[in-house]
Design a protein around this ligand. Structure first.
Ligand code: MG
Length: 286
């Protein structure tokens, strides 16, 4: 199945992560998804086959599988630094092994991209801590390359300049970016539109998510809000995607699993907003 330019998508999950269930995508007639990886017990060939059958029945294409790990917490910014991704040293090698397993499971799903929050990369590019993260990312990219996959780094936990420096230092041709404009605001890492322009050449997937700035950016969280209600400026975001030549899926991410009805309603509203902007920016026949 080949997707039209800027086909609408939604972030989903099976038994872990904050995405919506696949049936929400089906009900809202959304034809592309990203998937938060299931727990290890759910990453079997049988589970892959069952999931693929559903995708086929619902006429949905899977575009990226995101890794996530036990023990991660987004409670506040200091906790993110301590717990997220491949950065925390006590869990690093176990999580690299698990991320490789997620890559293998993703191959069973016939998907050519894996994504993750790498964690808060140390700032001193001359430090051992930094080069260790470069090295572990290379190992992950090399494993993904064997599975004919790209690796998409989720944005937000560093500035656009730091992210491009890191990708350059890693020197792997399959390392790219999943650009989440709301995360730039939530983490206080810079205005999303100029950031997107800077990293545009490496963007291979995106999240449509909105947020408002914290009054202490980088110290406390901003707030995630329904699409169109925040400070991203979705029209400018899409216009910039067009400018950088990104026509992949517009994957809506809305992280309020505590209220599934509201989550679904807000995603529906987001599809309406994005469809309207899509028509305005690409023309009615796109
Ligand atoms: Mg995101």
């Amino acid at each position: 199945m080949s997707l039209p330019p800027w086909s609408l998508g939604v972030f989903t999950s099976i038994d872990a992560g904050l995405g919506v269930h696949l049936e929400v995508a089906r009900d809202l007639q959304i034809h592309s998804i990203q998937l938060h990886t299931p727990h290890a017990a759910g990453r079997t060939p049988e589970a892959a086959e069952t999931f693929l059958k559903k995708l086929n029945d619902y006429r949905i294409e899977l575009t990226c599988v995101f890794g996530g790990f036990e023990g991660e917490s987004y409670a506040d910014i200091p906790t993110v630094e301590k717990t997220i991704g491949l950065v925390p040293i006590s869990t690093r090698s176990a999580r690299l092994k698990e991320m490789k397993e997620i890559s293998d499971f993703t191959r069973l799903l016939g998907c050519s991209a894996i994504g993750l929050h790498l964690g808060v990369v140390p700032h001193d590019i001359k430090s051992r801590e930094y080069t260790d993260i470069v090295d572990i990312t290379r190992q992950l990219c090399d494993h993904a390359m064997h599975n004919e996959q790209n690796v998409h780094l989720e944005t937000g936990q560093e500035s656009a300049d730091a992210l491009m420096q890191f990708i350059g230092d890693t020197q792997r041709a399959n390392l790219f970016i999943n650009f989440d404009p709301a995360n730039m605001i939530l983490y206080g890492m810079g205005e999303p539109i100029p950031a997107l322009k800077k990293v545009g050449s490496h963007v291979r997937s995106i999240h449509c998510k909105d947020a408002t700035w914290s009054d202490q950016p980088g110290i406390t969280w901003g707030a995630e809000v329904p699409l169109g209600k925040g400070q991203v400026d979705m029209r400018a975001f899409l216009a910039t995607l067009k400018e950088i030549g990104y026509y992949g899926p517009l994957t809506i991410e809305r992280e309020i699993p505590q209220d599934r009805e509201r989550q679904k309603a807000e995603i529906q509203h987001a599809t309406e907003l994005l469809s309207q902007l899509r028509k305005e920016l690409l023309g009615p026949d796109a």
